[in-house]
Design a protein around this ligand. Structure first.
Ligand SMILES: Cc1cc2nc3c(=O)[nH]c(=O)nc-3n(C[C@H](O)[C@H](O)[C@H](O)COP(=O)(O)OP(=O)(O)OC[C@H]3O[C@@H](n4cnc5c(N)ncnc54)[C@H](O)[C@@H]3O)c2cc1C
Length: 357
């Protein structure tokens, strides 16, 4: 079997490594960040994602690190109940915990941290930071939604900013965690374009996030303290649960996300380079399908690498299987975004913040 290099140790790169490991295929992963340097946010993972995850991580280990959510409750910003829905096996986990679990099965010499891979424009080859060529037959690119490698390889791609930004925070606070039980609670401003979601990651850990229509709310890169002030101001007259969480939160893990999408998907491969996860297809957060799609990409690509003798056939089958499903999630994401921007009395579609095929 060919020697494989994987670029990026996020969810897609690490899950790829886990599937390769299962099939005893030789690989190395190269990651730009430091080992412990993990930005904090969390994921909602629907049942299908859990099925793929449990093939590479013991389900008991997953359960220790995250939490199944029981019910989705949608409120107006003042606390009027808009809708309720029981959730079936929707799991919540922090990115940090999931990355730790996915790293456990990989021997340390197979992950090289603090190594940024780049595409040399003049010869179209992928290189290490010291300029040496990557010695691999297949190079799997999983360097995230704003992939530089993809952007250099597909010069005509257009990346555009999405009319939504997110502030995400993970806090340790048992009192708040107890008060929300296992519900996934989301408050929506009556006029649309602003939400506040809360969910429990463990007995004492809560993730909250707010989604902003960034044309209405000018939310800029700033210090954690200024972000806190801004959040207090914007959410001042909301339900007391929201304002008290904003007030009681520690902001050391707070993160401001700007969301981008590709105007049109590229091919998922070129020559011996193949893309998985957000690098192949950025998905907007409304879909909650980023992790599941990353897992399915790495599972499917590994399956065809094992089944097919010819690399190009394997890549072709991988793309043919994955692209149509991704296009469904992209379209669902755009619909969810349109709904989010509308006043709540005009929102008509699926109330769940998850895209299903
Ligand atoms: C606000 C927000 C909320 C989200 N919520 C959810 C959710 O609820 N559920 C869900 O399923 N998904 C969610 N997602 C999406 C999810 O985070 C991603 O889809 C998922 O993490 C898969 O990412 P990835 O591994 O492809 O890329 P990333 O997680 O971006 O990982 C890319 C890795 O590549 C490394 N890298 C980058 N460039 C290089 C280079 N040149 N050389 C070496 N290494 C490099 C980076 O350091 C990083 O570690 C959310 C995303 C956002 C922004």
């Amino acid at each position: 079997m060919n020697k494989i290099a994987v670029v990026g140790a996020g969810i897609s790169g690490l899950s790829m490594a886990n599937y390769l490991e299962k099939h005893k295929i030789d690989y190395h992963i190269y990651e730009r960040r430091k080992k412990r340097d993990l930005a904090g946010h969390g994921f909602l993972i629907p049942q299908e994602g859990m099925d793929y995850l449990s093939q590479i991580i013991e389900p008991e280990l997953l359960l220790k690190q995250g939490n199944f959510l029981k019910k989705y409750i949608q409120y107006s910003h003042t606390g009027r109940i808009l809708a309720e829905k029981n959730l079936e096996n929707v799991f919540a986990i922090s990115r940090h915990s999931l990355i730790d679990l996915l790293t456990q099965n990989i021997s340390p010499e197979k992950i090289i941290y603090e190594e940024t891979i780049g595409l040399e424009e003049h010869d179209g080859k992928l290189k290490f930071s010291d300029g040496a060529d990557i010695d691999a037959d297949i190079i799997v690119i999983s360097d995230g939604s704003r992939s530089r490698i993809r952007n250099n390889l597909f010069k005509d791609e257009t990346m555009k900013a999405v009319r939504e930004s997110e502030v995400v925070n993970i806090i340790r606070n048992k009192e708040i965690a107890d008060s929300i039980e296992n519900d996934f609670i989301k408050f929506h401003h009556e006029e649309g374009g602003l939400t506040f979601g809360i969910l429990k990651l463990s007995d004492d850990t809560v993730l909250w996030y707010s989604q902003f229509d960034n044309e209405k709310y000018m939310i800029n890169e700033c210090s954690a303290e200024n972000l806190r002030k801004y959040m207090l101001e914007v959410f001042e007259n909301w339900h007391p649960l929201v304002s008290s969480i904003i007030q009681k939160s520690d902001y050391k893990n707070v993160h401001l996300w700007r969301v981008y999408e590709l105007e049109k998907l590229n091919r998922f491969y070129k020559n011996n380079i193949v893309f998985i996860g957000d690098a192949a297809h950025p998905l907007i957060p409304f879909t909650s399908q980023g992790v599941t799609s990353a897992l399915k990409d790495s599972f499917t690509l590994t399956k065809y690498l094992v089944e097919e003798n010819n690399m190009e056939h394997a890549f072709k089958k991988y793309e043919a299987e994955r692209k149509p499903e991704i296009e469904v999630h992209i379209n669902n994401g755009r619909t969810l975004l349109e709904q989010f921007l509308l006043p709540i009395n005009l929102q008509t579609q699926n109330i769940l913040p998850i895209s299903y095929k």
